[in-house]
Design a binder for this molecule. Structure first.
Ligand code: B12
Length: 208
């Protein structure tokens, strides 16, 4: 059924996409499998956009579909998770970038896995990450970014945290095109490929 969901999203059949999502969830399919199908569909749409075969309205519609699907998935993910707060995490999409669907999924997964998440939103300048880390005492900062243009703000944020003396704060980065090479460029401590990786890193760094 995953392929049907991918096809519905990439064909921009909004209602079908939601219907198939619900069918998948009702038949016991893992919410994470639904998310993986969404990721694959977004890859297809992203490539079409790059090739000039689709345009901003399609990106917006795809974003809306993904938001709706996330809304369906969230309550199902909530079922088997802990409620106790394990540690604080600051999260945001870096300056110049407004992609927030993935960040929201990361924040949600951290939250339901027991972390106290401060979500700073999108287009967040380095100084706000510093301020939030200082004010909350969080030892983990998560930077999300989907644009090539996000690499430099990520690097600037890592540098700003260091310049502020917050050397014990660990920084993880993630987003569509981020990989370990970008991590090295930015000076971040780790790169996470998905929301579960974000949870694993936060756990590792907070010792829980
Ligand atoms: C939907 C979308 C949009 C929507 C965003 C809606 C929203 N509210 O987020 C809208 C229409 C607004 C949009 C706008 C633009 N977009 Co856009 N967009 C996309 C698209 C199709 C999907 C992104 C997405 O949400 N994926 C779904 C998520 C769930 O997928 P995921 O990556 O698997 O998510 C996981 C990981 O990323 C990871 N993760 C994410 N963050 C973090 C953080 C941490 C700490 C960790 C550990 C992990 C982690 O965990 C997530 C959950 O498991 C991508 C194509 C693509 N394939 O990425 C283009 C894409 C990112 N966009 C692109 C572009 C160019 C733009 C625009 C500049 C277009 C324009 N000319 O205006 C603007 C940018 C405006 C700005 N200043 O930011 C390009 C970027 C190219 C580049 N090299 O920079 C892409 C790659 C499309 C393409 N192939 O050309 N976009």
């Amino acid at each position: 059924m995953s392929q049907q969901l991918i096809d519905a999203i990439t064909d921009m059949r909004e209602e079908d996409a939601l219907k198939i999502t619900n069918q998948m969830l009702d038949s016991g399919e893992s919410p994470l499998a639904v998310l993986e199908a969404c990721r694959q569909a977004m890859d297809v749409i992203g490539k079409r956009f790059e090739a000039g075969d689709c345009f901003i309205p399609e990106l917006i519609l795809a974003g809306e579909m993904l938001n709706q699907i996330s809304t369906e998935i969230k309550p199902r993910l909530q079922q088997d998770v802990t409620q106790a707060k394990l540690g604080k995490v600051i999260l945001g999409t870096v300056e110049g970038d407004i992609h927030d669907i993935a960040k929201d999924i990361v924040g949600f997964m951290l939250d339901i896995n027991g972390f106290d998440v401060t979500d700073l939103g999108v287009d967040v300048p380095p100084a706000r990450f510093v301020e939030a880390a200082r004010n909350t005492g969080a030892k983990v900062v998560g930077l999300s970014g989907f644009l090539t243009l996000a690499y430099d703000p990520m690097k600037a944020t890592v540098a700003a945290l260091k310049a502020a003396g917050l050397n014990d704060v660990k920084v993880m980065i993630g987003g569509g095109q981020i990989d370990d090479q970008i991590r090295q460029y930015t000076g971040a401590d780790a790169y996470g490929k998905d929301a579960m990786a974000a949870v694993a890193l936060a756990r590792q760094w907070t010792g829980v």
